[in-house]
Design a protein around this ligand. Structure first.
Ligand SMILES: [Fe+2]
Length: 309
């Protein structure tokens, strides 16, 4: 399949309680690369192997959580078409001018029925991964600094009306439903894993009464050994760990979840499989959800299911 339309999660904007503490955490412990600061007080980071200028943006606020999520689309023609499609579907959009975020083009912003601010954009300055495009080395020195994930991979968001959210992603934005969890009635969808690519998920949603909440942002590691090394680094730095190392039944991801100093959960993971859009959706029933969540331990972790920012 040629990849067109919506390509991938491009950026996520996160609120932190103490900017200096957060910058130190994301630089030294997570090993992200700081790429800039703007006059709104936002600090921009990227993962070492990402080509675009930024993917993880933080700002100081009274409450932790997510400000907005941005997905990159193929080009401006695609951006215009998707905005028209969203409007025809009944979704109001607004344009945010190029340059409002550092090194980022015009964005099309709208509010999801789950209460999350979501946006599409076509342009972000390519700064490369430090290894060039001719005869590149397989890894960069920055990849040995801190946890050092390869890339921002996906996010799991909590909010209401995920049935409506699914329609927008699948009927308008070209995503497909890879996996789902049914609620106690064995009918209603309680959680959705959606892909716009060859990845097992690019974004996921859980039905939750409070709008606009963040469960986690996820960072891809190169191997299971790198996930375990991330766990070592978390412990060396006394990072609050939620669950893992373990493997989900859902998506087959091998993972550790932990919190940044402000209480925003993040994931360091590897694995999963590579679905195509013609794959049939995998369903997890409520009575078997413990395996879906934590396959080896078959455990419903209370904090994992209830703590969001
Ligand atoms: Fe995840």
């Amino acid at each position: 399949m040629a990849m067109t339309g919506v390509l991938r999660p491009g950026h996520v904007a996160i609120r932190v309680l103490d900017l200096d503490e957060a910058v130190k955490f994301y630089s030294d412990v997570m090993g992200l690369v700081e790429t800039g600061r703007d006059d709104m007080g936002r600090v921009y980071f990227k993962c070492w192997d990402e080509q675009d200028h930024n993917s993880y943006i933080i700002r100081e606020a009274d409450q932790a959580g997510v400000d907005f999520v941005g997905f990159k689309v193929l080009d401006n023609e695609t951006l215009n078409k998707l905005e028209k499609d969203l409007n025809e579907f009944g979704i109001e959009t607004r344009r945010i001018e190029a340059g409002e975020m550092l090194e980022t083009g015009e964005r099309v912003r709208f509010t999801l029925p789950s209460g999350h601010e979501f946006e599409l954009y076509a342009d972000k300055t390519k700064v490369g991964n430090g290894m060039g495009l001719t005869n590149p080395a397989p890894w960069y020195t920055q990849s040995e600094h801190g946890i050092a994930p390869v890339r921002l991979d996906h996010m799991l968001l909590y909010g209401p009306n995920i049935a409506e959210v699914k329609k927008i992603f699948c009927d308008v934005l070209g995503f497909f439903l890879v996996e789902r969890v049914l609620g106690e009635d064995n009918e209603t969808e309680a959680a959705l894993w959606l892909s716009c690519s060859h990845k097992v998920h690019d974004i996921a949603f859980v039905e939750y009464p409070e709008p606009g909440k963040l469960h986690h942002t996820s960072f891809l590691m190169e191997s299971w050994e790198r996930v375990l090394r991330a766990g070592d680094i978390m412990s060396m730095n006394e990072v609050a760990v939620d669950i893992g190392p373990t493997r989900h039944g859902i998506t087959r991801g091998c993972t550790i979840y932990a919190w940044d100093p402000s209480g925003n959960r993040f994931e360091t993971f590897m694995g999963g499989y590579h679905p195509y859009p013609d794959y049939e959706t995998i369903t997890w029933t409520w009575d078997n959800f413990a395996q879906g969540l934590d396959y080896p331990q078959r455990k419903l972790h209370e904090s994992f299911l209830t703590v969001v920012s």
